[in-house]
Structure formats: structure tokens, C-alpha cells
Design a protein around this ligand. Structure first.
Ligand code: ATP
Ligand code: MG
Length: 398
């Protein structure tokens, strides 16, 4: 057993000592067998949520309506989910309604792929009802049961198949793949937030170009904003190596590849329901990458982007057909200021010195000083800033 499972063993033994069943399940079992690092330890149990809560001192109702209770133990949180079946799928989306059951087999049956439908008990013995171990060994993603029916129940599973294929560098089994190709359109039923999550993981996978190839060959790409209308720009990615380390890198790499300009990034990423902070960062990265490609990079370009975005943009540029400019990071680190508040004079002081009164002009003056200092045209010293501010106010009031 891996260290994470050993630490969680008391949870399993407490539940089983009370007469219930408990197993490690899902991604952590799959990744353990593959010898990969595991992130979260998921536990499934025949005990109902109320029964689980009775057995432990500290619990949190993280998803009690779906049967999930979090157990807090020595600073770790473990999610224990009651065996359940999902019924009443409507509109090709995951059901809200679940039924708790006492049988492990029924719980494993509702899971998406054979490699995700394994359970491991406290002794490390694996329950494998659908050939998941063979598929792990053969590097195959295969739906549990009839693939077409499973994608009808929850169309997001089609994206998950390609995502796991990219993360694990596995092939999608023929019938499973065929079922995706013939009903890719069902993806339109799925909330963009859920598609987004799978897509970003896919693009960050070790076999991401294979993932892109599968998005194209299954036609899933037709339902992904921005990719749908640019398949000729997308296609080369299927034959090209790229490694992306975070979500900002994913979107900026794609924007540059697909020909989405900095000014188009916001509309595009809003369709993907991307968080505002990410939209902002990606816009700045695409702006910077565009400048690196065709112009001389100014202090201001680097300043506006910020250090992390410069780093991420450099990482992305390696996979784009453009100059690699690691010197730009040194350049960034030599900027006199990296934030407006590092100006040696504040708006308040400018007002106290009667150079400007509160209002829009104040903002203009500060922006001017900021640009001058960043460009290296003005030293960041209070006396000089006051003087420059005075001159500037005179200039604009002419
Ligand atoms: P990761 O390493 O990315 O967390 P994971 O396999 O743990 O991968 P999760 O999304 O965390 O994936 O889901 C945990 C488990 O729940 C899966 O292994 C699978 O058994 C089941 N599961 C998750 N989503 C679905 C779904 N849409 N349909 C069926 N089963 C699912
Ligand atoms: Mg998981």
C-alpha cells in the first residue's frame, strides 16, 4: 500500500470494525497500480452517511446529499461516499438523485471506465468486476458496460475518456471510441464549467497531442468554443509535442496557435466560463507573446504582464514557432518598479503639494509617472517625481 493509503487505514478499519464494508476507490486505486503519485484518497462504504458520522469525532458534510462525508483525521480530510447507484438521468446529464445501496458491485457499475471501477480493501486486495486490471495493463480506456448507453447517461464521460487518454497516454478502446464519435453532439447538453475542467486537464496531459487528435477524430472539438471554427489551425497540434504546466499556459498556447488575438481572448474565454483572473492573465500573456513575435519588447510590456505571466509566456513560447527569449526574465527583474505603489510619491502627497486636486487628472498624472519610471526615463525619486508631475499638469492644461 502507498503511504497515503497507510495513513488512511484507520478510517477503513474503524468502518469495517463496525460491521460495514469500506474500500479505496476511483483514481487513487488506478494511480497506485500504475505507480503514479495520488492526489486524493477516495473511500467508498456500505455505511450510510449518518452511520459514517456516528463512527468518527470530526466530520464535515461536504456532499451529504450525494452520500459524501469528509472525515478529519490528523490534519487530513478523507471523503467517504456511501455505495450508491445513479438513476433517472435526464437530458444526458448526471442525475441529481442518487440511491444508497449496500453492494459494492452496484457502486462500481455506475463508474465511467473500467480502470476507474476498481476497489481496494485494507489488505490491498483489489475487486475488479469489469476487467479494469487488464485494461490498466494494456493501457486502454474502456467504458463500463455499453458505451453508447453510458454516454447517454452522462455525456461528459466522452470528454473524460479523451482526458484520461491524454493524462495516462492510453488508447480508447474501439467500441468506446466509436460511441463517442457517433454521439459527440450530446456534449451540447453539458454545462461548460464541467467541460472546461476536463479540457484543461486534457491539454496538460503527458500525451496531449494524442488528446487533440482524438478530439478531432471523434468530432468532440466541434462543441468546444474557438476550436470548432479553427480546425485547420488545431490539427497541427496532433503531430506536435507540447507540455503545459498550468491553465494560463493552456489558454495562451491555444490562443497563439489558433490565431486568437489578445483583444479576442476575453470573449473567447467567457464562452468557456473561465474565471476573470485567468482571463486577465491570459490576455496579458497573449499580448506579450504577440510583441515578442514581431516587435521589440519594452519595459512596459513586461511590467504590465507581471513576473509570473512572463515566466508562463516564456514556457509557452517554447512550443510556438517563435524566438525563445529567456533574457526577458532578467530584463523583468531589472525593472525599477514592478507595481504602481512603489512610486516614491503617492496621490495623496501630490495633492498635499497642491500639484493636482482629487479627480480624473490625478489618475492621469500617476499613470504618467508610472510609465516614465518603468521606461527608465525618470528616476524614482520624490523631488524628481514632483517636478515631472508639475510639468505634466501644465502640459495637459494647455
Ligand atoms: P483524478 O485523478 O483526475 O481525480 P479520478 O479518477 O479520481 O481522476 P474524479 O473525477 O476525481 O476522477 O472521480 C473519481 C471517481 O468517480 C472516478 O474514478 C470514477 O470512478 C467516478 N466518476 C467520476 N466522474 C464520473 C462520471 N461522470 N461518470 C461515472 N463515474 C464517474
Ligand atoms: Mg479524483
Amino acid at each position: 500500500l502507498p503511504e497515503e493509503f497507510k495513513q488512511a487505514l484507520p478510517i477503513l478499519t474503524t468502518i469495517t470494525a463496525a460491521g460495514f464494508e469500506a474500500y479505496f476507490v476511483g483514481g487513487s486505486v488506478r494511480d497506485t497500480i500504475l505507480n503514479k503519485p495520488i492526489h486524493d484518497v477516495d473511500i467508498a462504504s456500505s455505511a450510510y452517511p449518518a452511520e459514517v458520522k456516528n463512527l468518527f469525532k470530526k466530520t464535515v458534510d461536504t456532499g451529504i446529499q450525494h452520500g459524501t462525508v469528509m472525515i478529519l483525521d490528523h490534519g487530513h480530510g478523507y471523503e467517504v461516499t456511501t455505495f450508491r447507484t445513479e438513476s433517472g438521468y435526464q437530458d444526458y446529464r448526471r442525475p441529481d438523485q442518487v440511491t444508497f445501496v449496500r453492494s459494492l458491485a452496484e457502486d462500481l457499475m455506475r463508474r465511467d471506465f473500467t480502470i476507474n471501477a476498481l476497489a481496494m480493501n485494507a489488505k490491498g486486495v483489489v475487486t475488479d468486476l469489469f476487467g479494469g486490471l487488464t485494461d490498466l495493463n494494456d493501457h486502454v480506456i474502456k467504458a463500463v458496460g455499453d458505451p453508447a448507453a453510458r454516454f447517454h447517461e452522462d455525456a461528459l464521460r466522452m470528454m473524460r475518456a479523451v482526458r484520461f487518454s491524454s493524462q495516462l497516454n492510453f488508447q480508447i478502446e474501439a467500441e468506446t471510441k466509436q460511441a463517442i464519435a457517433s454521439q459527440a453532439e450530446l456534449l451540447t447538453k453539458i454545462a461548460m464549467e464541467r467541460i472546461h475542467e476536463e479540457f484543461v486537464k486534457l491539454m496538460m496531459g503527458q500525451a496531449a497531442s494524442q488528446g487533440v487528435e482524438q478530439l478531432i477524430s471523434t468530432k468532440l472539438y466541434q462543441y468546444l468554443p474557438g476550436l470548432n471554427e479553427r480546425v485547420s489551425e488545431l490539427r497541427p497540434l496532433a503531430d506536435q509535442k507540447f507540455e503545459l504546466a498550468n491553465e494560463n499556459q493552456v489558454w495562451s498556447f491555444l490562443a497563439m496557435t489558433l490565431g486568437i488575438s489578445a483583444s479576442q481572448v476575453s470573449d473567447w474565454l467567457k464562452k468557456w466560463k473561465t474565471a476573470n483572473k485567468i482571463v486577465k492573465d491570459v490576455t496579458e500573456m497573449v499580448q506579450l507573446l504577440t510583441v515578442i513575435k514581431s516587435q521589440t519588447v519594452s519595459n512596459w510590456d513586461l511590467y504590465v504582464a507581471g513576473r509570473q505571466n512572463v515566466l508562463d509566456a516564456l514556457a509557452v513560447s517554447r512550443w510556438l514557432n517563435m524566438p525563445y527569449r529567456p533574457d526577458l526574465l532578467q530584463h523583468y527583474d531589472q525593472l525599477v518598479i514592478t507595481q504602481k505603489k512603489q512610486l516614491t510619491i503617492s496621490g495623496k502627497e501630490l495633492m498635499q503639494n497642491q500639484i493636482v486636486t482629487a479627480g480624473p487628472v490625478l489618475g492621469q498624472v500617476l499613470s504618467y509617472l508610472e510609465q516614465q519610471v518603468v521606461a527608465g526615463d525618470l528616476a524614482n525619486e520624490p523631488d524628481l517625481l514632483v517636478l515631472a508631475a508639475k510639468n505634466y499638469v501644465q502640459e495637459i492644461s494647455k
